[in-house]
Design a protein around this ligand. Structure first.
Ligand code: SF4
Ligand code: SF4
Length: 329
């Protein structure tokens, strides 16, 4: 039986932001993101950074309030923000090879709630302006959504299933990244965890792509070959000797070129049909000014990642086969 239409999603073209939300969007986020810039540069601190680092602190408050108004979301996000202690770095270093340490770190993460793991060499472009990361490696962790719960988005006071799943994945990312950082520290190497949803030094999607965890989708999020767009990220930076794992291409970028599922499903019409130049890279881009009022009013939205055909467990295997065939030609 086909799914019933989700009553919490407005029909395309019928949404307009509340005036009080629009008032808080005091400056456009697109220039801050580097839209139209032809030279690569580090990203500027943005939404979910501490509010003194960008102009959207009041919008973050609206987004948090709309999330917390949904049933059961409070404990889920409290778990995401419960940071365990980091242990001191052990004096003696594990002398194993980079290959062996990479395998051990990956196994450790997979047995501590991560659903996917990739390793990328650090690039200064992965670090937000104003922050410093000394470590030469980043381990990226993927935390997979439960599709049956994710497809309930957007959440509101009557139904919090979707946003609770978002909070649960971030909480897994917090526990998993801290556990991995502490394991690496116990092996005598430095390690720092970077879970979401709050942002700090590390941008996560570019190293995730470099590490082979997926491709960038038209909706601006990662598409993973095993979990589609239903995946959250966390990172761990370290000086442990490691071996890079990616990138990996399975045809998501090519598929996005002709797919319009997310552009049609996005209530404010924020997803661009064409790639755009952003900080020196031509790539898919979401118009921040259109997305963020809806995102803030609807408990972090999530419609585009839930609707993406790659996210649907019944569709993803067929897409992988089709795109593997097309990529081989
Ligand atoms: S998260 Fe933003 S881009 Fe995605 S559907 Fe919602 S409003 Fe559109
Ligand atoms: S819905 Fe379609 S266009 Fe959008 S990200 Fe997914 S595959 Fe790409």
């Amino acid at each position: 039986m086909p799914d019933q239409p989700n009553p919490r999603r407005p029909k395309r073209g019928t949404y307009s932001p509340k005036p009080e939300t629009l008032e808080l969007l005091r400056v456009s986020g697109n220039p801050i993101n580097g839209l139209g810039e032809k030279t690569p540069r580090r990203p500027s601190p943005f939404f979910w950074h501490p509010p003194d680092q960008h102009p959207y602190g009041d919008l973050q408050v609206v987004a948090r309030q709309s999330s917390r108004a949904c049933p059961d979301s409070g404990p889920a996000f409290m778990a995401a923000y419960s940071y365990p202690e980091l242990i001191p770095v052990a004096e003696e270093q594990n002398p194993a090879s980079a290959e062996q340490l990479s395998a051990e770190a990956t196994d450790f993460a997979l047995s501590h709630e991560a659903d996917a793991v990739g390793i990328a060499a650090m690039d200064p472009l992965y670090v937000f302006e104003g922050y410093t990361v000394e470590e030469p490696w980043v381990i990226v962790l993927g935390l997979a959504h439960n599709y049956e719960r994710l497809k309930e988005v957007p959440s509101d006071e009557t139904n919090g299933v979707g946003v609770v799943d978002i909070g649960d994945q971030y909480a897994k990312g917090t526990r998993s990244s801290y556990a991995l950082a502490n394991w690496i520290r116990s092996q005598g190497y430095t390690a720092d965890p970077y879970p979401g949803p709050s942002a700090s030094a590390l941008v996560l999607i570019p190293p995730a792509i470099a590490a082979g965890l997926g491709e960038l989708g038209k909706h601006g999020s990662l598409i993973n070959s095993k979990f589609g767009s239903g995946v959250r990220l966390a990172g761990v930076t370290t000086n442990m000797p490691l071996v890079a794992t990616g990138p990996s291409r399975f045809g998501a970028d090519e598929f996005c070129a002709t797919c319009q599922v997310c552009t049609r499903a996005c209530p404010p019409g924020a997803i661009s049909e064409e790639k755009q130049m952003v900080r020196g890279v031509e790539r898919w881009y979401v118009n921040f000014d259109k997305c963020i009022p809806y995102f803030a009013e609807t408990a972090s939205c999530g419609i585009c990642i839930a609707e993406c055909p790659w996210t649907r467990p019944d569709v993803r295997p067929k897409l992988l086969t089709t795109m593997a065939r097309r990529m081989a030609v």
